[in-house]
Design a protein around this ligand. Structure first.
Ligand code: ZN
Ligand code: ZN
Length: 705
């Protein structure tokens, strides 16, 4: 702390000392000291002294210093006033103004000042042009697509292109940022003085645009001209390897980086943590993280995200707690990154804890944090909480809208999903993207709004300019399949411009199973076997479908085929948490420490349910089991065991949340509806497909699933 304060104190003293003198040089020094200590108060004090002492007019170089002061401190009004007060503005004051405006995301202001200085006949210099290019890149498309090339033409006319390396890098960057790749490449090829900065412009822009292969190519291009990479190049290379999950290449590069000592740089280490995390080597990410001498807030976030991406939510949360212990303030970036990890079973509790942290740190209204909260609550099945955050938000972005619609889609609430979607379109502030439409279509399909969803699919290109992608096709096939329109769905599949994916055929098979369309189901299943021969679910689905159509011989054939190829059915597993401990149940599991209580409760519930009119559905469930298993086995399904455990442990009034790795079966679904009514509890099941909210003898999916 002492070391940090010392220079600031010195600067303040210098500023104070200068302020009493009349020497303009000393006043200029006071202005510079104010910039260095980022203090508007000191700056204004120096400005005031200058006005009082330097009568009748401020010398031009003091004016330039003042423009620079206010531009650097991001005080646009004061900067413009200082520039206007300059009786004979020079290229120095204009350049200070332009670069300040470009730095602080006011590109139009920067460009109009650039035009003004040209009108005055001032010659822009090699510092003016990079800022003008930066502003042109930010202001360009679609408002003013020609601005960038115009600045380019001027740079040529004033002789800074093609020879000045920094001006040409700025031009290159502008062309990349405005998506004119061909022009960017031509400019790059024609550059006589390529340096590491120009190669970096190629590398970083390729990563940003999702062309990681080009980043790697450019890196080797740089090395081929015997140039040395710098920290920016190294980070871009790791980002590219992360984007392509090129583990081997990145690991080799790690060796080189360590040899050159780049790994001591905090941003290089951060990009390595990110790289290993994305390549599913979270252990190696941790080694890099643990070896870091200095960490910043990005380092902690990268480690959290690395764990989260690899399904290690608990570790992710522990790292977050570590960051807090290390004195990291919970920033909006940190909290929203950690929130994105809260999707699994423990998610809701952690998410709520983070919500509390966000409120305490006054960042809960931040658009990124609030959007992440809506998303987290939606994904964890807490749609009412998601709504509350959503409706209180002062402003919303695309992520927010998509998260809210997605939350409704998760529980199959099509009406509310459509209502929010309509509100989004009416607002005209945020245009829907392809994810929005996937969410709306999913909601329509799960909520049984077939015609609404089908019409949206048919008109999406014309209304929103969004070409249907494979996900949209999967949604519409699912939608029509649920409504018993499998034939129409099959026609759509045959007309698809791309190769139908597993999800498309899977949706068709699901519909066929639901409506007993055995022939079409068989076609879908055969396609699925081709695309994914090892998946057990499709084989089981087809054999169940054949069995329920009474075609036992064919059903048995499929089972035999599964055995021959060595495909094992995934065992059904359900999870429930109680007091931060995860309890896992498998069908017929008797190993749980509370097994006798669980069995006793299930027997009692069975009697109560039968009295209320429940009949076990063993049609599918029975066939799912091996031949020697008995009918009573339906009552030993993993989700029922988990529910019984939850009913015993979790106090009344708290919803019971269960997660299952397969789809919930027909019998359990029916049983849960009865149990929710009999015991008066809310039960939420998240299976591998969606959420089911059971309450008062009903399920939110209205039996569509
Ligand atoms: Zn079941
Ligand atoms: Zn349901």
């Amino acid at each position: 702390m002492q070391g940090k304060l010392q220079p600031q104190r010195q600067m303040r003293r210098a500023a104070a000392a200068a302020a009493v003198a009349v020497d303009p040089q000393l006043l200029a020094g006071a202005v510079e000291a104010a910039i260095a200590s980022r203090s508007p108060r000191l700056g204004r004090a120096a400005h005031a002294r200058a006005l009082r002492l330097l009568v009748p007019a401020l010398p031009p170089f003091i004016c330039a210093h003042l423009v620079n002061l206010y531009s650097k401190l991001d005080l646009p009004g004061a900067a413009a006033a200082a520039l206007a007060a300059d009786p004979s503005p020079t290229v120095v004051s204009y350049t200070a103004f332009i670069s300040g405006a470009a730095q602080h995301a006011r590109p139009l202001q920067a460009l109009s000042a650039f035009a003004a200085m040209l009108r005055l006949g001032l010659r822009p210099n090699d510092f003016t042009f990079p800022s003008a290019f930066k502003a042109a890149a930010a202001a360009s498309a679609p408002a003013a697509p020609a601005v960038g090339p115009q600045v380019h033409a001027l740079a040529l006319r004033f002789g800074y292109l093609p020879d000045d390396a920094f001006v040409s890098c700025a031009a290159l960057d502008m062309y990349f940022k405005t998506g004119r790749l061909a022009l960017a490449r031509r400019l790059f090829d024609e550059m006589p003085n390529r340096n590491v900065v120009s190669w970096n412009a190629v590398m970083t822009n390729a990563v940003l645009d999702g062309r990681p292969l080009e980043t790697v190519d450019a890196y080797f291009g740089l090395r081929g001209t015997s140039g040395m990479p710098n920290v920016v190049s190294v980070c871009a290379f790791f980002n590219a390897c992360a984007g392509m999950t090129y583990l081997f290449l990145g690991e080799q590069f790690h060796g080189f980086v360590a040899k050159c000592g780049f790994d001591k740089d905090v941003s290089v280490s951060n990009s390595m943590v990110d790289f290993y995390g994305k390549c599913r080597c979270v252990g190696k990410a941790r080694v890099v993280f643990d070896g870091m001498g200095v960490r910043n807030s990005v380092s902690w976030c990268s480690m959290v995200v690395a764990y989260a991406q690899n399904g290690a939510e608990e570790e992710a949360f522990l790292v977050y707690l570590g960051a807090r212990r290390a004195g990291e303030e919970p920033t909006d970036f940190m909290v929203s990154s950690v929130l994105t990890t809260c999707a699994g079973l423990l998610g809701l509790d952690l998410g709520r804890a983070l919500h509390a942290v966000a409120v305490r740190s006054c960042i809960d209204a931040n658009i990124f944090v609030a959007s992440a909260l809506v998303d987290m609550y939606g994904k964890c099945g807490g749609v009412r909480d998601a709504e509350q955050v959503f409706f209180e938000m002062p402003q919303r972005n695309l992520v927010t809208w998509n998260a809210m619609i997605g939350g409704y889609a998760h529980i199959g609430d099509a009406w509310n999903a459509l209502a929010v979607f309509d509100e989004m379109i009416m607002g005209r502030e945020t245009a829907p993207n392809y994810i929005t439409l996937v969410n709306v279509l999913t909601a329509c399909s799960r909520g049984g709004l077939t015609m609404e969803g089908y019409e949206l699919f048919q008109t999406m290109k014309q209304r929103f300019g969004i070409e249907p992608r494979i996900e949209h096709y999967a949604c519409v096939v699912d939608l029509l399949g649920r409504a018993g329109m499998e034939e129409r769905a099959y026609e759509i599949i045959q007309g698809m411009p791309m190769r139908p994916s597993i999800s498309v055929w899977g949706a068709l098979l699901g519909g066929c199973k639901m409506h007993g369309k055995t022939e079409l189901g068989r076609i879908a299943a055969e396609k699925l076997f081709e695309l994914d021969p090892r998946d057990s679910g499709n084989h089981v689905l087809l054999s169940n479908m054949l069995a329920s159509a009474g075609r036992w011989a064919e059903a048995t054939d499929i089972r035999k085929e599964m055995k021959n190829v060595g495909i094992k059915k995934d065992p059904g597993r359900s999870w429930i948490t109680w007091k931060n401990v995860v309890h896992v149940f498998q069908a017929k599991d008797t190993t749980h420490e509370m097994n006798s209580e669980i069995q006793a409760l299930l027997a009692k519930l069975k009697g109560q349910m039968q009295a209320a009119g429940y009949m076990p559905d063993t049609q599918y469930a029975l066939y799912d089991l091996e031949e020697e298993e008995k009918e009573s086995e339906v009552f030993q399904h993993s989700e029922k065991l988990a529910l019984a455990f939850g009913l015993i442990c979790i106090p009344p009034g708290v919803p019971i949340r269960i997660m299952k790795n397969l789809r919930i079966c027909v019998d359990c679904h029916r049983a849960f509806k009865f149990i929710s009514g009999i015991v008066g509890r809310e039960i939420i099941v998240r299976d591998n497909n969606m959420f089911h909210h059971f309450k008062d003898y009903e399920c939110s999916c209205k039996d569509y699933w």
